[in-house]
Design a protein around this ligand. Structure first.
Ligand code: NAD
Length: 241
């Protein structure tokens, strides 16, 4: 039976690219996003695997509980979890509202607790699995204007190491990727001035493409990374050195 990958926030951007890449790798795909992402599920099915949508707000524990139960029932197992859903509410710290801080922590960080706990329990019982979370270079090095976001993404790195220690003996690996500046709807929203400033710091002098994140996630989901756990791999074209 084919293995199943559940990808959060897979309706567009990096999450969509990860869903398509893991479908190409032969995984059945559970496509999560806030809304039904029927087009992405359709593209995965066109690659010859089973794919279904599981709309849910991953910052809501109860919604995650329902989704994990449903995916397990419909697909039989959860072999790979990719925690990709994330948002930004940027602003200088001294001007950041409490609401924007709390929202980003809830969507980017608490969602990872919800899903690591719930899918981790399934993987423990299966005695195997892969958890891959999408952090950010902002979580490793900090980024002006992103106190809330960098806090949430740094937390993911700590959670990844902790879960790797808790689940390692059960055959579950837990890793993270830390993308730099990747061309998606999230980064299209930046001003030209912000984009130019970032480009000047990238060793490879170009932005990343979503497929370049998906390729590393594919490695972490596959058998070639069987002895890699607790790690955060930066994918930034040399943005931060
Ligand atoms: P995006 O905004 O294009 O896509 C994010 C997706 O997540 C959207 O489809 C959105 O609907 C979904 N989502 C948001 N909140 C959700 C929730 N509560 N429950 C379920 N789904 C939810 O963003 P992207 O650029 O593709 O980013 C994907 C991930 O990569 C995020 O975690 C982001 O922080 C991270 N990241 C992106 C970049 C970049 O340069 N684009 C860099 C570093 C890290």
């Amino acid at each position: 039976m084919a293995e199943t990958a559940l990808i959060t926030g897979a309706g567009q951007g990096i999450g969509e690219a990860i869903a398509l890449r893991l479908a190409k790798d032969g995984f059945n795909i559970a496509v999560n996003d806030l809304r039904e992402a029927a087009a992405v599920a359709g593209k995965c099915r066109a690659l010859g695997v089973k794919a279904e949508c599981f709309p849910a707000d991953v910052s809501d524990y109860g919604a995650c509980e329902g989704m994990v139960k449903e995916v397990k029932e419909r697909f039989g197992s959860i072999d790979v979890l990719v925690n990709n859903a994330g948002i930004t509410r940027d602003g200088l710290a001294v001007r950041m509202s409490e609401a924007d801080y709390d929202l980003v922590i809830r969507v980017n960080q608490k969602s990872v607790f919800n899903m690591m706990k719930l899918a981790g329990a399934v993987m423990m019982r299966q005695k195997g699995g892969r958890i891959i979370s999408v952090s950010s270079v902002a979580g490793v090095h900090g980024n002006a204007g992103q106190l809330n976001y960098s806090a949430s993404k740094a937390a993911i790195i700590g959670m990844t190491m902790t879960m790797a220690k808790e689940l390692g003996s059960r055959g579950v690996t837990v890793n993270a990727v830390a993308p730099g500046f990747i061309q998606t709807p999230m980064t299209d929203a930046l001003t030209e001035e912000q984009k130019a400033a970032i480009l000047s710091q990238i060793a490879m002098k170009r932005y990343g493409q979503v497929e370049e994140i998906a390729g590393v996630v594919s490695f972490l989901a596959g058998s070639d990374s069987s002895y890699v756990t607790g790690q955060t791999i930066e994918i930034s074209g040399g943005l931060s050195m």
